[in-house]
Design a protein around this ligand. Structure first.
Ligand SMILES: NC(=O)CC[C@H](N)C(=O)O
Length: 376
């Protein structure tokens, strides 16, 4: 017997399907992601906190789940919406089915709904707050009330909620077939990484390039970071609105008074922009996928990128010492910045991919190059 489930949107739309995860109720901002693979990395990306993720690719779960592929310790997405859960998973690395994984992590998820209809609503009206209820006691009116009652992500500071409680060291490298996670030589640079909701693959790609990382909680004062005498400071991705994160903006401003190289990804990119005097805006439905073309303006080249954001820096607010380096070729929005007076730059998409194409990996090399220049 399948478990009944519904998804209600704040605009009044109701979708009926089956529950494939935990029995219960969840609310959040409903977004759609067009990546064909990487559902486990998406679910465990802390940037998805308070968001219900709809995957537009119709078959989700085919390759099961594998502990090594987690991007953090938890499933952070508030819920999952898919078209079809395959009857069987098949992959030599699979340890569990997606449905069992969702149940064991207490994640509410709905399948067998028309995800194309849902995606059209999100594209036309913008990201919608929503509520999924699964189980035998489904109350449509209650689901609608819950969807409408969700405050929305604008103004929500979630970085301080998902961040690590205590600082820790990270030296593990990328995964290799037959080897698992590698142990690269990380003695070249010491990087302090602000954890606003960091994905592990970012830390791994920095470790691959010779960095030993000290990952610190989001609210760590800049003075503590500077006291560690780092070769570089990394600003991580993370959930929610960057604007209310004043502790982060203040800390970044203080770090920018030194000549220490800074690199930011996604939320970290937005925070570098805010700390430099730019403003951020909430996008209509954001960018969530693994096939987004982005222009590298100086080179007139295109990278195919992984994306996951609902806020963006507003190009028209960039101060004189902030140069726009990248632009989305889907909607022309700002994708990268560089300080003209500092070795500080950042990227809106996800150069660590996981999931996604590897075109942006050279951005990590640029950070290494900046640290190298300062050291030598
Ligand atoms: N992946 C991220 O870091 C997302 C940044 C921010 N929470 C946004 O939605 O725009």
């Amino acid at each position: 017997m399948s478990t009944p489930a519904i998804l209600a949107l704040e605009d009044g739309s109701i979708f009926k399907g089956i529950g494939i995860g935990a029995v219960g109720e969840t609310v959040g901002e409903v977004v759609f992601n067009t990546a064909m693979t990487g559902y486990q990395e998406i679910l465990t990306d802390p940037s998805y906190a308070r968001q219900i993720v709809t995957l537009t690719y119709p078959h989700i779960g085919n390759t099961g789940v594998t502990a090594e592929d987690e991007e953090s310790d938890n499933v952070w997405a508030a819920g999952l919406v898919i078209r079809d859960l395959p009857l069987l998973e098949s992959n030599f690395r699979s340890e569990q089915s997606l449905a069992d994984y969702l149940k064991s992590r207490n994640v509410v998820a709905i399948a067998d709904i028309d995800t194309r209809r849902l995606t059209r609503i999100l594209r036309e009206k913008g990201a919608q707050n929503g509520c999924i209820i699964t189980g035998d006691a489904i109350d449509e009116a209650h689901a609608l009330t819950q969807a409408k009652a969700f405050a929305g992500l604008k103004g929500m500071d979630l970085a301080k909620e998902v961040t690590v409680k205590e600082a820790y060291e990270w030296t593990e490298g990328s995964w290799a077939l037959g080897e698992g996670h590698t142990q690269p030589d990380t003695s070249r640079f010491h990087v302090v990484a602000y954890d606003y909701g960091v994905k592990r693959n970012i830390l791994r790609m920095l470790a691959d390039r010779g960095c030993r990382l000290t990952v610190v909680p989001a609210q760590t004062p800049a003075s503590d970071v500077l006291a560690m005498n780092p070769d570089g400071v990394f600003l991580s991705n993370g959930p929610g609105d960057p604007e209310p994160c004043d502790y982060a903006i203040n800390a970044i401003q203080e770090i920018l008074t030194t000549d220490i190289p800074v690199f930011g990804i996604c939320l970290g990119h937005q925070l570098l922009g805010l700390a430099s005097g730019a403003k951020s805006v909430k996008m209509k439905f954001g960018h969530h996928g693994a096939n987004h073309p982005v222009e590298t303006i100086a080179e007139n080249t295109v990278m195919i990128t992984s994306q996951n954001h609902g806020f963006a820096l507003d190009e028209s607010t960039l101060p004189d010492n902030l140069e726009m380096t990248h632009r989305s070729l889907f909607d022309k929005s700002l994708q990268g910045i560089q300080r003209t007076d500092k070795a500080a730059f950042s990227f809106q998409g996800h150069p660590e991919a996981s999931p996604g194409p590897h075109d942006c990996a050279p951005l990590f090399d640029q950070f290494i190059e900046n640290m190298n220049k300062r050291k030598s």
